[in-house]
Design a protein around this ligand. Sequence first.
Ligand code: PLP
Length: 355
Amino acid sequence: MTRDPKRWEVGSLFHVADFEVGPPSDPRPWDGGILTGSGRDALRVIARLGRHRRWWVPSYFCQEVVHAIASAGIELRLYPDSPLSAALDLSVIREEPGDAVLVMNYFGLRTADDLVVPNGFRAAIIEDHTHSPTSAWARSSKADFCIASLRKLYPLPDGGAVWSPRGHSLGDLPEVTSTLERGAFRKLSGMLLKRLYLEGHPVTKEEFRPLLESGEHSLLGKAISRVTPLSRATLATFPLEKWNTIQTRNFEALVQQAPEARGFRILVPRSSASTPFSAFCVFDEVEECDRVRKGLIADRIYPSRLWPLDEPVLAGVPELHVQLSRRSFSIPVDMRYQIAEMQRVGARLSQLLGF
Ligand SMILES: Cc1ncc(COP(=O)(O)O)c(C=O)c1O
């Protein structure tokens, strides 16, 4: 794919991306599990088992996902956790029989050793590996259940996964629902048109953005869906280990250009074996974060806010976490980007930071 330099941009939803044939990345952690339409469908597969009626969810988390879990009839409790906490400490949780705890590998920064489960802790563990689905942690997990939204990191219109390292049953295999098929078709239409746009063809943003956005919103239906055959087959072709190497390379290229400064830092993985999902940029001041974000957008670098916590589903999100979500953003470093592009992003970032 040859990109039109006039339409250069970084971030936002995926286009149908090019990639070279790479070494196969088998086995994949979710082999033996179920490929679902979305990450939320993967969580709903666990909810429908009825084994765990009350789930503890991290206070710093995607609120659409919290909403989807609550809508699946699960009673929810919060426990404090955020990307700034190095280890994941479950000791604050007062668990009762039948409880489960959702734990998050934020931005792929953590390792299996960061999950400290207290002695005698009996709640089931559900790990969310969305940000690093093929990490050493995901591969060696001993959790009751693991899930990932595969479409967040890989160029797919739909796709999530649920598996059980402990070998619990996942229930019946869901059908592909017509709701998911329709949503995925709209998404894929937007992804194809975005690719044509990036190549310089006469396609406008107004043509592909509504398709991407409405497709995205209509992926979740009433019924749980299996992944579409298209996404299943495409996923099987992806050289996922090679993409981990590309992400690490891209992350390092960006960080080298925009080193830590007063009032600004990019969170780095806790181990060299971890693969960063994105460059999660944290500022001391909300105003400075807003100023830099606007500067990046003006240069067609589109950071994501992961995640807004201004209107949390559950009361009790610590104010520190609400503030963190306001003074941070995430810049993608995935397989779509070349080193030079990441250097350009890093250089712009450091310019905006005043270097
Ligand atoms: C960490 C995390 N887990 C799960 C999900 C749910 O994935 P999906 O949007 O595919 O339902 C998301 C989506 O934003 C997410 O960010």
